[in-house]
Design a protein. Structure first.
Length: 485
C-alpha cells in the first residue's frame, strides 16, 4: 500500500483562479496542508469549510531555504502515513515551485504515490492581462533560480517570484547583459482585492518600482538580433545562415572547406600571438574569429546534409564526458599524469587501435614538424620508450651533433639532411624533458634574433654590407649584454 500525496495548484490568489479539479482534491483529502497561508485563496477555503494547516511556522524557524524545504518534506511524509494529504501550493505546482521539486526528489516513489493537480500560474494571469501570445514558444523562469544559461531572447519570457527589490536588481543586471536597456516590458502585482495590476516600463526601471512581493512577475517580449548588443551561439549561427543564403554575401557564398583552410590556420596563430602579447581584448576578438571559422565550416557541411553546428557541439561534449571518466564515471585520477594516461587509453579504444604505432601515425602529418615530433615522443614515452632522465636525452643530442659533423666532412647531402633531422629530433626530446614547448621556444628565439639584429643595424657606423662579421658580432654582443629580446 502506498501513501498518497496530492500537490494542488491554488492558482494566482483568488477564487476565480482555483480550478474545479483543485477544489475537488482539497475537499476529498484527509488532511490539507498549505505551503503558506499568505495566499489570497485561503479565506475562500475557510469559507468553503475546508480545514487546513500551513507550514508558515517552518519558514519562521528555518535558518535557510534548504533546511526549510527539508522540514516541509518531512512533515508531509509523516502526515501522509495517516491518510491522503493534499499539499496546496501557490500558482501551478510545476512552475517555480521548489516544494514540488523537493517532494518529487526526496520521497521514495515505491512508498509514496504523488499526484499533481495543475493550477493557473502568475505567468498565465500576466499573459492574459497584457494579451501577449508566445506563438514561437514561451519560457517561464523563477527569479531566485535564474542564471544566464537560461536566458533566450528569441522567446517570450515570463519571470515569476520577483519578491523584493534586491532580487529585482539581480534579475535586471542579468537581463541587461542580453536585452536592450530601454526594452519595453510589463511588470505585474496582485492587488489587495486579488486582481492584477500591471504597467509597462523600460527594463532598466525594473528595480525602481514601489512594490515587490511573491506575486510580482515580469514579461519580456522576444527580441530580434538587430536590436541586441549581446549575442549567443544561435545568433552567430543565424547570421552565418543569412550570409550563405541566396540573398547573402557574394564572398561568403563562394567559400568551401578548402578555401577556408588558410583562414583557420591564420586565426589560430593570431590567438597565440594575442596570448603572447597578453592583450586580453585582442584575445577576445581572435577567439571570436576562430569560433566564426567553426560555424562557417559547420554551415557549409549543413548545406550538404553532412552535419551542423549542433552536431559539432554534441560530438565534443560526448568526447569530453567519455574521456573524463574520473569526473563523469568510476575511474580514478589523482594527478595530471593519470588523467593523460586514462585519456590515451580511452582514445586508443575509441579509435580501435590495435598497436601503438597506429597511435603515432594518428598524429596529423600537417602539424609543424617541431610540434609533431614533440607529440610523437610523448606518445612513445607512454609505453616506456623514453630516457630515464634529461641527461640521457642530452647525451643523445651530443651524439647526433657528432654524427652530423662526421657526415658533413663526407659531403653526402642525403646523409647530411638525415643527420640534421636526427639532431633536431634529439633537441626536441631535450625540450620535452625540460617541459619547454620547442615551437614556442624557437619562435621566441626568432623574435630575439630580429631585435638584436635591429640593434646592430641602428648602431652600425656604415652599411652592414661594408662591415666585417667581427664588427657586427661586437655589436651583437653589446645587444646581448643589454638583454635585448
Amino acid at each position: 500500500m502506498k501513501y498518497n500525496v496530492k500537490i494542488v495548484g491554488l492558482g494566482p490568489g483568488n477564487k476565480d483562479g482555483l480550478t474545479l479539479g483543485a477544489l475537488q482534491a482539497l475537499r476529498q483529502a484527509s488532511t490539507v496542508i498549505l505551503r503558506t497561508e499568505r495566499h489570497g485563496v485561503a479565506p475562500f477555503l475557510r469559507a468553503e469549510g475546508i480545514n487546513y494547516t500551513s507550514m508558515d511556522d517552518i519558514y519562521e524557524n528555518g535558518e535557510n531555504f534548504d533546511d526549510v524545504y527539508k522540514a516541509m518534506v518531512k512533515r508531509i511524509a509523516d502526515i501522509a502515513q495517516y491518510g491522503q494529504v493534499a499539499v496546496g501550493v501557490p500558482g501551478h505546482p510545476l512552475i517555480g515551485e521548489r516544494l514540488t521539486f523537493e517532494l518529487l526528489r526526496q520521497l521514495d516513489r515505491k512508498i509514496y504515490g504523488i499526484d499533481i493537480i495543475p493550477g493557473i500560474s502568475q505567468a498565465d494571469m500576466l499573459l492574459a492581462f497584457i494579451g501577449q501570445a508566445g506563438i514561437e514558444g514561451l519560457k517561464i523562469l523563477n527569479a531566485p533560480e535564474i542564471t544566464e544559461d537560461l536566458i533566450n531572447v528569441r522567446l517570450s519570457t515570463v519571470i515569476i517570484n520577483i519578491y523584493d527589490a534586491l532580487v529585482a536588481s539581480d534579475v535586471k543586471l542579468l537581463l541587461l547583459r542580453f536585452y536592450p536597456h530601454d526594452l519595453k516590458v510589463f511588470v505585474s502585482w496582485q492587488t489587495q482585492d486579488k486582481g492584477l495590476e500591471y504597467r509597462a516600463i523600460s527594463l532598466y526601471q525594473l528595480d525602481r518600482q514601489q512594490r515587490y512581493d511573491h506575486t510580482t512577475c515580469l514579461y519580456l517580449p522576444p527580441v530580434k538580433f538587430e536590436r541586441l548588443e549581446s549575442f549567443d551561439m544561435n545568433h552567430l549561427k543565424q547570421i552565418m545562415e543569412i550570409l550563405r543564403s541566396p540573398e547573402g554575401c557574394p564572398w561568403d557564398k563562394e567559400q568551401t572547406h578548402d578555401s577556408l583552410k588558410r583562414y583557420l590556420i591564420e586565426e589560430a596563430y593570431e590567438v597565440i600571438e594575442s596570448i603572447d602579447s597578453k592583450d586580453e581584448d585582442k584575445l577576445l576578438e581572435e577567439l571570436g574569429d576562430v569560433l566564426l571559422q567553426v560555424v562557417f565550416h559547420s554551415q557549409i557541411a549543413k548545406e550538404r546534409g553532412a552535419f551542423d553546428i549542433f552536431d559539432v557541439i554534441t560530438r565534443i561534449c560526448q568526447k569530453m564526458i567519455q574521456r573524463h571518466t574520473h569526473i563523469f564515471g568510476g575511474a580514478v585520477a589523482e594527478n595530471a599524469q593519470q588523467v593523460v594516461a586514462n585519456w590515451e587509453d580511452l582514445k586508443k579504444h575509441e579509435k580501435g587501435f590495435a598497436t601503438h604505432t597506429q597511435v603515432l601515425r594518428d598524429i596529423p602529418s600537417i602539424l609543424p614538424a617541431l610540434i609533431r615530433s614533440y607529440k610523437v615522443q610523448e606518445k612513445a614515452a607512454l609505453v616506456g620508450f623514453d630516457w630515464k632522465s634529461v641527461e640521457g636525452a642530452m647525451q643523445k643530442l651530443e651524439e647526433e651533433l657528432a654524427e652530423l659533423k662526421e657526415v658533413y666532412r663526407g659531403g653526402d647531402e642525403q646523409k647530411i639532411r638525415e643527420e640534421i633531422g636526427d639532431l633536431l629530433f634529439a633537441a626536441v626530446n631535450v625540450a620535452r624533458f625540460l617541459k619547454v614547448d620547442p615551437e614556442l621556444a624557437l619562435k621566441d628565439t626568432i623574435e630575439k634574433f630580429i631585435t638584436r639584429f635591429e640593434y646592430i643595424e641602428k648602431n652600425a657606423e656604415r652599411p652592414l654590407q661594408e662591415m666585417t662579421l667581427e664588427e657586427m658580432d661586437e655589436l651583437w654582443n653589446k645587444a646581448k649584454k643589454l638583454s635585448l629580446r
